[in-house]
Design a protein around this ligand. Structure first.
Ligand SMILES: [Ca+2]
Length: 328
């Protein structure tokens, strides 16, 4: 059938139906639009909030970056410092032993060269008095202390330990002293040694010619020495009494001091150049000098010669170190 076969009203009705349908659809679209439009402010708000958040985050990130930069600079600076510290540590480690031993080594006094009369007619084994020429050398300011012995040997053989480690080491034999010196030299690279008997007496006299380093007045002895009459039967910390004119402490008393020399019955044929007398004689015995906390004023005299066998030790026997001066 052709549309011309329809009557006009029929056609109009068809259009009207279509229009009605379109109206309904349009209304739906309008509804949707209205709903969507109602949501627009929400979207705008959300976008505004997101933008705000983003700005905040960006600022935070910028701050973080700045802080990171500052931190990185600090880290670089710290790394530099650490490297410097490590270098210093390396240097310290290299010098540690030297520094340690420099702190522990006995303080020395330079003894000037000169000549003096060694011995005395007052004692059989100190005859004859004879002139000895001594080269300049260094002498321990005090006897070796318990602390110093302990540092080198790792043990303290002293009989009197309770009075403190600044007391002179005692109870050491001549042979043990030799071991001590060997070990001290290997640790420090120095050449410590015992003084010769002549060096000991020369340094102890310090240019004087009396019985004791201060002269012949026995009543002065207590100002310089710990001995039988004032010691309380024990050694005392070093350097508490007056020093002699060369600045040596405890020359008289406190502990006997081992020297290098072999014991001889007198000074006939003794060296006169300050060297140690280490040939012939009673080779089992070595000389001790200066007397101790246990001894009488006579035993403390500068010319008095004690001695003991090289393997004997006692609570009043110690040592003082000497050191040859390097030739300039
Ligand atoms: Ca002494």
């Amino acid at each position: 059938m052709h549309f011309l076969d329809y009557t006009l009203p029929e056609i109009s009705k068809g259009y009207l139906d279509v229009l009605a349908l379109l109206s309904v659809k349009l209304a739906d679209k309008n509804n949707l639009l209205e709903k969507t439009q109602a949501k627009v402010p929400d979207f705008v708000n959300q976008v505004a909030m997101l933008t705000e958040n983003l700005t905040g985050q960006t600022k935070l990130l910028e701050n973080s970056l700045t802080q990171n930069h500052v931190l990185l600079n600090r880290i670089t600076a710290l790394e530099g410092n650490i490297q410097a510290v490590e270098k210093n540590l390396e240097i310290l480690e290299k010098n540690y032993d030297k520094l340690l031993w420099a702190a522990i080594c006995p303080e020395l006094v330079v003894i000037p060269a000169g000549s003096f009369t060694m011995g005395s007619n007052d004692f059989e084994d100190a005859k004859p008095p004879h002139t000895v020429k001594v080269s300049s050398f260094a002498m321990g300011k005090t006897p070796v202390t318990q602390k110093q012995w302990q540092a080198v040997m790792g043990s303290n053989p002293s009989h009197f330990k309770e009075d403190g480690d600044d007391c002179p080491v005692e109870n050491v034999s001549w042979l043990e002293v030799e071991q001590f010196i060997q070990k001290l030299n290997s640790k420090t690279g120095n050449t410590y040694r015992l003084p010769s008997e002549a060096e000991w007496e020369y340094a102890a006299r310090a240019g004087t010619a009396g019985k004791w380093c201060f002269g012949n007045e026995e009543k002065q002895l207590g100002q310089y020495a710990w001995y039988r009459d004032n010691s309380g039967s024990r050694p005392h910390p070093v350097a508490q009494k007056q020093a002699n004119d060369f600045g040596l402490f405890d020359v008289h008393g406190n502990v006997w001091e081992w020297v290098q020399d072999i014991k001889h019955n007198d000074y006939n044929a003794a060296p006169t150049d300050g060297s140690a007398w280490t040939s012939r004689g009673n080779y089992k015995k070595r000389v001790l000098r200066g007397g101790s906390w246990l001894d009488t004023p006579a035993s403390l005299r500068l010319a008095f010669r004690g001695s003991d066998t090289t393997d004997n030790r006692f609570g009043n026997i110690g040592l003082r170190l000497a050191h040859t001066l390097l030739a300039l």
